[in-house]
Design a protein. Structure first.
Ligand SMILES: [Zn+2]
Length: 542
């Protein structure tokens, strides 16, 4: 999680500041900039931004600027007024192999949920919190879906449990007292699992998450207090509240999360090598030998595929895994959940009869051409639509497993696409209620394939939904300037990279063939030419 790091240095005297970071940069491969926006965009939201606590360093209060403009980034603030002071701090970190200087603090907080994700930072949304007499958000909001585990950040004693009788803005919550006058509060719980007076160890489960009290949506709100902090002027918050961020150990990977490591059931136990079948209709006769020669293990079909396609594919490979996208043309129509079900049900029925069980519910719903602005205004409305579709179909096909559809990855494009992460956040309940999750990954170069905004988009999905089976339901390099040979090599590398990642079921390359469009992505052209991609995938050594 903390691999991506960028350090912001003052513009004034820039090269002396750069020299001060040299040893550290060589050791940890951190990037450097003097531009706050560059740092904010760098791998957002997966980066750590290291910055100076010097008031004049950036001509503005950089910490509050980031909390407003890039609220999910993790800030690593260093107190240094001169390049020499910075060099001292960084070289101490290098010599103790403590990249972010966390072990220097005597009191530390372990991560309190199974999800390495901050939803709302300390100190943000000042306008909103003013009504509570607070200068900003008085804690950290950490991702914790309904009834997921909440764990003690440090060893301590339970001094208060609020069971939800009577109203409290924190709803059901637990308060712990720790060493050196520190206290932590765990708010908006579903249930507390500890009693007043009980001693708890660091990392011990103390409750289940929910959204009780003054909260919208399940999460954990964590407050940290230090006795005497308000009186001593250490904080501008009342009641001794201080910022927990510098004390918190951000998990580097899932082995550092407190819960028992989550295992996802998947009978193939590896990520299968898959291809998205013909883009706009059933597979054609010349598609089958390509699938055979490329030794495909998984094929994604559209629901208008005839059942005969299934028989043919199982004839090529009796273990072939088939995933079907429930397909309907939306265009500018308003498509209700009932319309959608009535359009796809007959096709789905035939495929279900053939043994297909994995069904992706629609496709890229954050695109205007796929229903945004016509069938739903945002992710919230899509959630209702999705849940209604699944409820109707599940009644008739109880063994079917319904997937949250792959989103079009990337930022908002006015009139075309809603930002994929905003849409996902709004449709969180649909994702959590789904049987599995689909995701789309696109890139244009070797380097982009390894970026969290390119080929690695799936990493963020795994972080958010570690308990869900994930399929990369589309991936490709659509760039016209890259040769089919280079693309084929990238795809083999990509399949190999995903092969042993737990929780990913298959990755489907886009696209086997198409009647029109996608000239730079098809494995088989309409004139019969077979792309190098298919041959390279067939020649893979796994
Ligand atoms: Zn909160």
């Amino acid at each position: 999680m903390a691999k991506y790091q960028i350090i912001i240095l003052p513009k004034l005297d820039y090269y002396n500041w750069v020299a001060a970071t040299k040893e550290y940069v060589l050791r940890y491969h951190a990037n450097l900039t003097s531009d706050l926006d560059v740092a904010g965009r760098h791998m957002y939201p997966n980066q750590v931004i290291t910055l100076l606590d010097a008031p004049q360093a950036y001509g503005r209060n950089a910490v509050s600027w980031f909390r407003k403009n890039y609220p999910e980034v993790r800030l690593d603030v260093i107190e240094a007024l001169t390049p020499a002071e910075l060099e001292n701090t960084l070289s101490a970190r290098v010599s103790s192999d403590d990249r972010y200087g966390s072990s220097g603090k005597s009191f530390r907080l372990l991560w309190p949920t199974d999800y390495p994700k901050v939803n709302q930072s300390f100190g943000v949304n000042q306008h909103f919190y003013r009504r509570w007499g607070l200068p900003g958000h008085e804690g950290l909001d950490i991702r914790a879906p309904m009834r997921s585990g909440v764990y003690a950040c440090a060893a301590g004693t339970v001094y208060r449990v609020h069971d939800g009788s009577g109203s409290h803005p924190y709803g059901i919550h637990v308060r712990l007292r720790h060493q050196d006058g520190y206290r932590t509060i765990y708010a908006h719980l579903h249930r507390a699992l500890v009693a007043v007076g009980q001693h708890v160890k660091a990392g011990e489960q103390i409750g289940l998450a929910n959204s009780t009290g003054n909260s919208t949506g399940s999460h954990l709100h964590l407050t940290l207090k230090k006795e005497g902090a308000s009186a001593a002027g250490m904080t501008n918050y009342p009641s001794d509240i201080i910022d927990p961020t510098p004390f918190l150990q951000f998990p580097e990977d899932e082995t550092e999360l407190p819960g028992k490591s989550i295992t996802v059931e998947w009978k193939h136990d590896m990520c299968l090598v898959g291809v998205h079948g013909r883009a706009d209709g059933p597979l054609l006769e010349p598609d089958f030998p390509v699938i055979k020669d490329a030794r495909m293990e998984a094929v994604k079909l559209l629901s208008n595929a005839p059942p005969d396609n299934v028989k043919r594919l199982l004839g090529i490979n009796s273990d072939m895994f088939l995933l079907v996208r429930l397909f309907a043309g939306f265009r500018d129509r308003k498509v209700s959940s009932a319309d959608f079900v009535s359009w796809v049900q007959a096709d789905m029925h035939q495929l279900y009869e053939q043994g297909v069980r994995y069904f992706e519910v629609h496709n890229e719903p954050n695109l205007q051409i796929e229903g945004w602005h016509h069938s739903w205004q945002d992710g919230h409305q899509f959630t209702d639509w999705f849940l209604e579709v699944v409820e109707r179909l599940k009644a008739n096909y109880p063994e079917a497993l319904f997937g949250y559809p792959g989103l079009s990855p990337g930022h908002e494009i006015p009139g075309q696409r809603m930002d994929s992460w905003v849409f996902l956040q709004q449709s969180e309940i649909a994702a959590l209620e789904s049987d599995w999750i689909g995701c789309h990954c696109y890139w244009i170069s070797d380097a982009d394939m390894m970026q969290p905004t390119g080929g690695l988009v799936y990493e963020e999905f795994r972080r958010r939904y570690p308990e869900k089976l994930l399929f990369v339901t589309e991936f490709s390099n659509p760039y016209s300037e890259v040769s089919a040979r280079d693309k084929g090599q990238q795809y083999v590398d990509y399949y190999r990279r995903l092969r042993n990642i737990k929780g990913i079921g298959a990755a489907f390359s886009f696209v086997l063939s198409a009647s029109s469009n996608f000239p730079h992505e098809v494995w088989r052209r309409e004139d019969g030419h077979i792309s190098d991609i298919a041959q390279l995938v067939g020649n893979r050594n796994f």
